[in-house]
Design a binder for this molecule. Structure first.
Ligand code: AYL
Length: 526
């Protein structure tokens, strides 16, 4: 409630018609008749090119294989444990055709992390590369190359009857608090959010059909690359150049060789592009847009990159897995671009409402006043999988998704993200949920209490650091190094602790909540 009614903000661009009745695969391949022979997926490592017709056919064959050989059917969940490759796309869209859903995980995750996601998602099959297969137990496994071993495509009459409210992608996110949870994104939410980016007379993110060459170096198991690179690229009719992993010189070579025109990156990659002298050896003149997202991009860094690629528009997208994911996008990427200020994360996507909520009063705030960013529209998640409590703590009864990010809207409708009030730590754009590390620390016999908070870091943005209360008597036996190793053995690389501070007690509120703000300040002072 707000005196005078809530203040809501909308896009500077007009609303559009969204084909939200379409299943994701039909929505993505709508340009197939015009672009059948145009390049769609390009494997940077093998040089192999799949045209739109070949990509569509490969998705249909993947669907046939998953259905007839693996028994995947409507309502099922399949875990994709893959580094970037064309088969990632075949799997996601083939699974969509069957009315099933993909849940995605980093193949560097530990067997325990993967087992947890398998259990929570209810996945009955894993698609992976051979080198990761030994991380899996008690579940059916196929390798990515098997996907194309079906002779025939899935017959049209076997395409599942898919409704807009069926799940299609179930990425994992810890949201504003607690452990990672399955985020149920439906056909409607994904299609709506893609449309909000690339559809309409004046797309906010304009990829030119049959001309754009988009770099897919960020991992597709994260929603940023899956949405803004792969699925937006397909919908818009771009060529998508897929790199299995990030390696600086390889990436520069790929940009030069394939004349990449649009690159989606994260701030640590901007840092490398802006500062690494090796960049001078390559011709990056083909680049016309560089999108940075998943973590804040500093003004200085943006300026440093601008001097390296003066011909490209540099701007930010801001989003959250639960939001479908994109919330704001730089208007400089539109077909008819308008200026965005340095440090801005762009304007709210079309066909959506954004409000800024005062965390103290719950009232919505006007321009230039920082508060919690909330977003509402057809694109947000249906909810957390099997977790109605977490869902209602995140999406309120009026349909607003609360992001846990603090930001404001300026006089030109641009959004600036200035802080984060949720627990989440972001290492190079990857999610590090403190609750997960705290749980592991508490399982250590020599630790009686623990809290994990972010610490600013030049290269990674933030790194997780722990405050630890040693158990009585065992005090002498525990070291910072031992705790770091204890955690490192159990988690994927980006969740490793960078520092451990021993303290006599964790500061807590009267209700027992960790006073994270206080610990963040202490970590900053160290
Ligand atoms: P998740 N500036 C500041 N913080 C950001 C930004 C940004 N541009 N983007 C994301 N974040 C933080 O679920 C913010 O705290 O999704 C947000 O709540 O892994 C959290 O990261 C969400 O983390 C795009 C551009 C997707 C961005 C994204 C967001 C994906 C990150 C598609 O085109």
């Amino acid at each position: 409630p707000t005196p005078g009614g809530p203040t809501t903000f909308r896009s500077r661009l007009p609303d559009i018609d969204i084909a939200s009745h379409l299943p994701l695969h039909d929505y993505c391949f709508h340009r197939l008749p015009d672009l059948a022979a145009a390049p769609c997926l390009v494997s940077a490592s093998t040089g192999e090119v799949y045209s739109y017709a070949e990509t569509h056919s490969a998705c249909r064959r993947a669907a046939a294989y998953l259905s007839s050989r693996c028994g995947v059917a409507k309502g099922d969940v399949v875990l994709l444990l893959l580094h970037n490759c064309p088969e990632f796309a075949f799997a996601v869209l083939g699974i969509s055709m069957l009315g099933a859903a993909s849940t995605t995980a980093n193949p560097f995750c530990t067997p325990h992390e993967i087992a947890t996601q398998l259990r929570l998602s209810g996945a009955k099959l894993v698609v992976t590369q051979p080198q990761y297969a030994d991380k899996l137990a008690d579940v059916a496994v196929i390798t990515a190359d098997e996907l194309l071993s079906a002779e025939d495509e899935l017959p049209a009459e076997q395409l599942a009857d898919v409704g807009p409210d069926d799940a299609v992608v179930v990425p994992f996110s810890s949201g504003t608090t607690g452990l990672p949870k399955g985020v149920v994104l439906t056909h409607r939410s994904v299609v709506s959010n893609l449309a909000q980016q690339v559809d309409g007379e004046n797309p906010n993110l304009h990829f030119r059909p049959g001309e754009e060459v988009v770099l897919c170096v960020l991992p597709l198991f994260h929603i940023y690359s899956l949405s803004s690179v792969l699925l937006c690229g397909l919908r818009a009719g771009a060529a998508i150049v897929i790199m299995a992993r990030f390696e600086m010189e390889r990436m520069l070579d790929v940009i030069q060789r394939f004349r990449v025109t649009a690159a989606a990156v994260v701030p640590p990659l901007v840092l490398a592009l802006a500062k690494n002298p090796v960049v001078e050896k390559y011709d990056l003149s083909s680049l016309r847009m560089v999108l940075s997202g998943a973590a804040p991009l500093g003004k200085d860094l943006e300026a440093a990159l601008r001097s390296r690629v003066p011909h490209a528009v540099i701007g930010q997208g801001y989003g959250m897995t639960e939001a479908g994911p994109v919330i704001t996008m730089c208007p400089g990427f539109a077909k008819h671009p308008t200026m965005a200020k340095s440090g801005s994360s762009g304007i709210v996507v079309r066909n959506a409402e954004l409000k800024v909520m005062d965390p103290e009063t719950g009232f919505s705030l006007g321009r230039n006043l920082p508060g919690e960013i909330c977003i509402r529209g057809p694109q947000i998640m249906k909810g957390y999988l099997n977790d109605p409590d977490a869902t209602s703590a995140t999406i309120d009864v009026e349909g607003w998704l609360h992001t846990g990010d603090i930001g404001y809207v300026d006089d030109d409708d641009e959004i600036f993200i200035v802080d984060r009030v949720k627990e989440l730590i972001k290492f190079k754009g990857f999610q590090v949920p403190p609750a997960e590390l705290e749980g592991l620390l508490l399982s250590h016999p020599s630790i009686s209490d623990a809290a994990v908070v972010p610490q600013k870091d030049e290269a990674a943005g933030e790194v997780p650091v722990a405050f630890v209360v040693p158990s009585k008597d065992l005090e002498s036996e525990i070291t910072e190094e031992a705790i770091k190793v204890f955690i490192a053995k159990q988690v994927v690389f980006y969740k490793r602790l960078h520092k451990v501070y021993f303290i006599p007690a964790i500061p807590k509120s009267a209700t027992g909540k960790i006073l994270r703000k206080e610990l963040r300040a202490r970590a900053a002072a160290n």
